[in-house]
Design a protein around this ligand. Structure first.
Ligand SMILES: NC(=O)c1ccc[n+]([C@@H]2O[C@H](COP(=O)([O-])OP(=O)(O)OC[C@H]3O[C@@H](n4cnc5c(N)ncnc54)[C@H](O)[C@@H]3O)[C@@H](O)[C@H]2O)c1
Ligand SMILES: O=c1ccn([C@@H]2O[C@H](COP(=O)(O)OP(=O)(O)O[C@H]3O[C@H](CO)[C@@H](O)[C@H](O)[C@H]3O)[C@@H](O)[C@H]2O)c(=O)[nH]1
Length: 439
């Protein structure tokens, strides 16, 4: 079986490599020539645990190819996945220009029946727009080649993307064509050896499922951040409350960790986009509006605690920051809370020395430029700093040498934005720790 994956970013590259790993012949296509050249030379454009190994292995075996030529890639392919970006437009709605450009190009270049499956996160009705763009391009050629569209939203998490793709909780397929359904079933068979994982539905429902899933997860996080902030005021412990509610299977113990707010390339943009979709249909998604508002405020909580401790004016002060990426195990800086915290500290007159195990290049080149001093390791960031701010919970920050930390910092003072440190234990070592709602 042969497929093409158009867009070789987090989703396209992981999906393409994982499909190749189960024996499918895959061509990953991108318009970014440099990215394609790098991949052909075994250089990964992103940091994702386990990815390099399966990309290199499958490229060497010839099952995984990289190309900038979409026409060639879809020759003989049963499925063309669209996995390009859908960034927020100015009004918050998902910008479909990349998705529709690919659909148009497929229509121009296809030579046989093909299933065009959208993996990008797209609002309801996009399936029809994709169908229209392909049909339009075929009409211009005077062609009536048959094709099908499908919606196959992706649920992988960055930092665990390969694992998530190879062992999915579920595979959602929105489809309205029997032949396409059979092809998708064959394609995904290897990913459900431990039990049926595919949920078939109509295309609009599949599109909506993706937004509803991300919105539900974002809601859990904002809810818990709200509760943690209240815990702090009333003298309760958010860690205890988390365990107490998470043990109820109706609530579940995942995605209820309070912190400095959710970031990344998905939750912020997808919550915005579904709010916008609802507005277009004359409906207000009030819960999600609150989820977004709470999250915007939560990104300021750590800097506010710094100011509450030292005062509003932080002139001449230096803060060490551990972690920049929006979550551990990724170099992705998109919508990372670190950016908001850094801006706030700088606006109050402080300087920031930062260390992140993998995201510093990305931060330097695209996001924070020279807003912070980038340090060689975690301890280097602490030298002469007035306090430590823990922003991303990378494993290597969990058990540092407290003796060294205490010697390097000017004050034994920590602002823990992810609740990874034991306040009571650190108190015995002379540290004062502020965090998100725990005692
Ligand atoms: N990042 C995630 O964890 C994740 C998970 C699930 C779903 N999604 C969704 O998947 C989509 C892609 O996200 P991403 O993070 O992989 O994006 P990305 O920005 O990492 O990658 C998109 C790629 O598409 C390429 N591209 C753009 N136009 C193209 C064209 N006409 N032809 C070929 N290639 C083209 C870009 O050069 C880029 O390499 C988005 O809709 C996103 O919401 C992302
Ligand atoms: O209890 C929690 C869990 C997560 N987060 C934060 O939430 C954000 C998102 O984390 P996560 O969901 O793990 O990473 P993403 O890679 O953004 O994955 C989400 O977005 C993807 C893109 O749509 C979906 O495919 C995934 O299923 C969905 O989890 C990060 O800033 C985390 O720090 C918390 O603050 N508390």
């Amino acid at each position: 079986m042969k497929i093409a994956v158009v867009g070789t970013g987090y989703v396209g590259l992981v999906s393409g490599a994982c499909f190749a790993d189960v024996g499918i012949e895959v061509t990953c296509v991108d318009i970014d020539q440099k990215k394609i050249e790098k991949l052909k030379n075994g250089i990964m454009p992103i940091y994702e645990p386990g990815l390099e190994e399966i990309v290199v292995r499958n490229y060497k075996s010839g099952r995984l190819n990289f190309s900038t030529d979409l026409g060639e890639a879809i020759q003989g392919a049963s499925v063309a996945f669209i996995a390009v970006g859908t960034p927020p437009g100015e009004d918050g709605s998902a910008d479909l220009k990349y998705v529709l450009a690919v659909a148009d190009e497929i229509g121009q270049k296809m030579t046989d029946y093909i299933v065009v499956a959208t993996k990008s996160t797209v609002p309801v009705t996009t399936g029809e727009k994709v169908r229209g763009a392909i049909k339009n391009a075929l009409d211009k050629r005077g062609s009536d080649l048959p094709f099908a569209v499908a919606s196959n939203p992706e649920f992988l998490k960055e930092g665990a993307a390969v694992e998530d793709f190879l062992k999915p909780d579920r595979i959602v397929i929105g489809v309205d064509d029997e032949r396409a359904e059979e092809i998708m079933k064959r394609l995904y068979k290897p990913f459900q050896l431990s039990g049926e994982r595919i949920i078939y539905m109509d295309i609009p429902s599949a599109e909506m499922t993706k937004y509803a899933a991300n919105s539900m997860l974002a809601t859990k996080i904002s809810f818990m951040n709200d509760i943690a902030n209240l815990c702090e005021k009333v003298g309760a412990d958010a860690n205890m409350v988390r365990k107490g509610i998470g043990s109820d299977p109706r609530i579940g113990n995942k995605f209820i960790y309070p912190g400095v707010g959710y970031g990344g390339s998905c939750f912020p943009k997808d919550v915005k986009a579904i709010i916008k979709t609802a507005k277009q249909y004359g409906y207000d998604l009030r819960v999600l509006q609150a989820v977004e508002d709470v999250n915007d405020d939560q990104k300021h909580v750590l800097a506010n605690k710094v100011k509450a401790h030292f005062g509003e004016d932080l002139s001449g002060m230096t803060f060490a920051m551990w972690g920049l990426s929006f979550k551990p195990n990724t170099d992705d800086m998109r919508e990372a809370p670190a950016g908001v915290i850094i801006d706030e500290l700088r606006a109050a007159g402080a300087t920031v020395k930062a260390y992140d195990p993998v995201a510093m290049e990305e931060a330097k080149e695209h996001y924070l430029f020279d807003k912070v001093t980038y340090c060689n390791d975690a301890y280097d960031a602490l030298v002469d700093a007035d306090a430590l701010l823990l922003v991303t919970e990378w494993s290597e920050f969990r058990i540092p040498s407290w003796e060294v930390v205490g010697k390097l910092l000017k004050n034994k003072l920590i602002f823990d934005g992810r609740n990874i440190y034991d306040k009571k234990y650190l108190k015995t070592l002379g540290f004062e720790v502020y965090n998100i709602g725990t005692k």
